[in-house]
Design a protein around this ligand. Sequence first.
Ligand SMILES: Nc1ncnc2c1ncn2[C@@H]1O[C@H](COP(=O)(O)OP(=O)(O)OP(=O)(O)O)[C@@H](O)[C@H]1O
Ligand SMILES: [Mg+2]
Length: 299
Amino acid sequence: MSERQMLLEVSDLGKNYDASRRRGKVAGNAAAGTPRALSGVSFTAGQGEFITVIGPSGAGKSTLLRCLNRLIEPTDGTITFDGRDIAHLPGSRLREVRREIAMIFQNYNLVYRLTAIQNVLHGRLGYKNALAGSLGLYTEDEKARAFELLDEVGLGEFAYRRADQLSGGQKQRVGIARSLMQDPKVMLCDEPIASLDPKSSRMVMETLRRLTRERGITCIVNLHQVDFALEFSDRIIGLRAGEKVFEGAPEEATSAVIRRIYEGDAETMVDVPVEVPEAAPAAVAPGAFAAEPVAGGAQ
Ligand SMILES: Nc1ncnc2c1ncn2[C@@H]1O[C@H](COP(=O)(O)OP(=O)(O)OP(=O)(O)O)[C@@H](O)[C@H]1O
Ligand SMILES: [Mg+2]
């Protein structure tokens, strides 16, 4: 991590959905003491790093990613992205930052009546004025780039196929190509493989890791598939009940560690592979589950 250039620094990030309601109309009805969706979450991400975020349903994984690109407003904390505090950036300057922070969703978010190549070109919309965007005016360079990217995700021959005629894995790879059209510095992926079978899941994870690595893009991926997190990550962050309860390299995420992250969530435990390799006993620092000290040294 030390040799990587720092790109993102998240410090003491918190989200209380009730707080935003109180500022709106529902003021008096917001239940006092509702658990915070995120609380005191801090971590850093280096350029080109592949980080996965794991944790049971409701742990705050989506909330975290949505705070990072300001789809939702953090209640407290700071997010320093490429030297700028984006947690407090006014709405008018968000568009600029969002070009550099691409988002990949479980449901692909494609325009299904359009072709694969048209969807990929949509990745440039953040760089265009409203008129050029609505008329679909793209430069020859942009078109050539879109074809190249479709090729790179293995879909060159599907360029003119309508998005609704692609398989789930193909749709997600179109989504990845579209994100790369943005020239992002960070890609935030919220359960990108949750709707896919194991073979397509692997292909999407491999595509993500290869392309982000080649381009030095930082990738933060929310996952429920612990086995993929162990296989693909440079670093794993474990969330539980809105708090960071683990941070470390995959070798440090022993089966005991994984169980603790998912503690109390029997349903998800079924997904934990029994063949999770045990790291050397000393690998996980004592207290890795305390709110404060974490393994991994990525602070
Ligand atoms: N828009 C919202 N309004 C109020 N509470 C919300 C909202 N979105 C999420 N929450 C709550 O915040 C907590 C964290 O939710 P979040 O969706 O971030 O979890 P998650 O880890 O992504 O879960 P999953 O694995 O099921 O996707 C949950 O208690 C959830 O009910
Ligand atoms: Mg989620």
